[in-house]
Write a protein that binds this ligand. Structure first.
Ligand code: HXC
Length: 515
């Protein structure tokens, strides 16, 4: 065969492989609002930038008549391309081919592109749409998962790892996304669980739909397994591009700077956000927007543990990670879920050279039997651990309450914040005035002629003494008490001056965080 014939042969082979699972299977996929694996990659990446590899890989299974089956690309596409002008490695499981199930060669294609990503230090994007371990391949499919999990762990904190769940993600398949940094889900399309409704019914007699068990909302609101919720695949791809604009490409780089822009003060004025009554809530996201360039804020895990807000903003063109108590939800208290959420984000920012800005207004850790028994001690400790270990620039602003353990945990000087600022409205104390007065003046209040009057007086005395930023400032725990309208200027200066921050931790193999 000459070159012409060989080229024709290549085209024929490619045409067959590119058909995936065939028209009928593709139609089924489309009927439920799903794109095909190839369409997804093309929709996500920059136009004409996708280069596919291993198209001709075939499965090597023999049992259950598998030797008679041709599975194009073995049910997964892998390749490289550009996302908003930056190189990425990507894979997308093809549900039209054997339900995107993971056999040995399918896993080998994924691990090969993972190895590339780690070696070339570029982000890895995995689009998951699979019935899980390929049952006919037995232990080899389990081995394949193990190889993927191992690489997810090696890559953690080195390159960004993004998981997109666009279909079933069942059984062992769930643990790769769980090991990655960001999980994107889509309404009515995502179905993510370890054991499905059938198994649950058989073993426990409980009936539940796939959507209720592991749909997009469940993972965003209840389990906290997912970070971004979208109504459609198109919206989801837009979110991924937005995320990519804030993060660096690997742990040796900084996020790409953007043109410097002032906040949109017309909508978000710093001094108009905080109510004058300290008991009234406010939406901390308004404050975040008032401080960030162009009032932009890209929130992460918006629907989970809403008492804490995390996400990316920019100050003077540079990405910053924001962690903020949300007074609007449970007064911004720290609990099991919000500690988990914030601690993980702090570690992400620290791994990828993103400075942290922490906004503090909270009554402390949430009391209660439920929280104690759910392990608030262990989960709460994660936040202490993550902030203490973080070596990126850490800037803290106390706007109102900073009580008890909450004061320490929200990146106080004691956990090595580089700068701690406070507004004149800040109250830094072991606990709120009412609770404190009732405990320390219990005897005086009880023996007074008018206990109610005495209590009021003691609360007032306590407020005068402690419910302000000046006691902490007198010890140097607050670096500056600032006017609210000075905040952005102070934060930007603190970030600029911390740019070359370089500290190291004691030499060790690794610590033992309260997982
Ligand atoms: C082999 C599979 C498969 C699997 C689906 N298929 N899952 N083949 N192994 N795990 C095949 C089907 O046989 C079918 O092939 C095609 O994919 C499409 O599947 P359907 O069932 O027709 O599609 P649908 O009705 O949309 O249902 C999708 C599904 C269902 C909900 C995902 O297929 C399902 O429940 N699959 C099994 C899910 C599961 O329990 N996985 C866990 C595996 S154990 P044909 O040829 O008919 O088109 C596991 C443990 C690993 O993962 C642990 C590692 C740590």
């Amino acid at each position: 065969m000459g070159l012409k014939e060989k080229s024709k042969d290549l085209k024929t082979r490619m045409k067959t492989a590119l058909k995936g699972g065939g028209e009928k299977a593709i139609e089924k996929q489309k009927a439920i609002g799903k794109l095909t694996a190839r369409e997804r990659i093309i929709a996500l990446l920059d136009p004409k930038s996708f280069h596919e590899y291993d198209l001709f890989v075939e499965h090597a299974a023999k049992d259950f008549d598998m030797n008679k089956k041709y599975l194009p690309g073995d049910g997964v596409l892998t390749g490289t391309g550009m996302l908003s002008g930056h190189p990425v490695c990507i894979y997308a499981q093809d549900f039209t081919v054997a339900g995107g199930s993971l056999g040995w060669m399918h896993a080998k294609k994924i691990t090969k592109i993972m190895d590339h990503a780690l070696k070339l230090k570029v982000p890895l994007i995995g689009i998951n749409d699979s019935g899980g371990a390929r049952i006919q391949e037995g232990v080899n499919s389990l081995a394949g998962y193990g190889e993927i999990f191992f690489r997810n762990t090696l890559a953690s904190g080195v390159i960004p790892q993004i998981s997109v769940i666009l279909g079933p993600c069942a059984g062992g398949a769930v643990y790769s996304p769980a090991l990655t940094d960001f999980v994107f889900v889509v309404e009515k399309i995502t179905k993510m669980f370890i054991t499905g409704p059938e198994v649950i019914k058989t073993v426990l007699g409980e009936e539940i739909s796939m959507e209720e068990l592991g749909g997009a909302r469940v993972h965003c609101e209840t389990t906290g397994n997912a970070h971004f919720y979208a109504e459609s695949e198109e919206e989801c791809f837009g979110q991924i591009k937005q995320l990519a604009s804030f993060i660096p490409w690997n742990n040796k780089k900084k996020a790409k700077p953007f043109p410097k822009k002032s906040p949109k003060t017309r909508h978000f004025k710093v001094d108009g956000i905080m109510p004058s009554d300290p008991k009234l809530p406010y939406d901390v996201r308004d404050l975040i927007r008032a401080l960030g360039d162009d009032s932009e804020f890209f929130e992460i895990q918006e629907l989970f543990a809403k008492n804490i807000v995390i996400g990316f903003s920019r100050m003077n063109g540079e990405t910053v990670g924001i962690v903020a108590n949300q007074p609007l939800v449970m007064a911004g208290v720290l609990d099991v879920d919000s500690s988990d959420k914030a601690a993980r984000f702090v570690r992400y920012c620290d791994s990828f050279n993103i400075p942290l800005v922490t906004l503090v207004d909270l009554p402390g850790y949430l009391p209660g039997v439920d929280q104690e028994h759910a392990g608030v001690i262990r989960h709460g400790a994660k936040l202490l651990y993550a902030y203490s270990e973080a070596t990126v620039p850490k800037i803290t602003l106390i706007t109102r309450k900073a009580y008890g353990g909450g004061y320490i945990a929200m990146c106080s000087h004691h956990l090595r914040a580089d700068f701690v600022f406070a507004w004149p409205t800040a109250e830094i104390a072991v606990m709120g005035p009412e609770g404190a007065a009732n405990i320390i003046f219990r005897k005086e209040i009880a023996s007074a002629a008018d206990p109610d009057q005495e209590r009021k007086q003691k609360v007032k005395d306590y407020k005068t003494k402690f419910a302000n930023p000046y006691v902490a400032a007198a010890y140097g725990y607050i670096d500056a008490v600032i006017e609210p309208n000075e905040t952005r200027k102070m934060l930007i200066h603190a970030l600029e001056i911390s740019e070359e921050k370089d500290i190291s931790m004691p030499k060790k193999k690794h610590g033992i965080p309260p997982f």
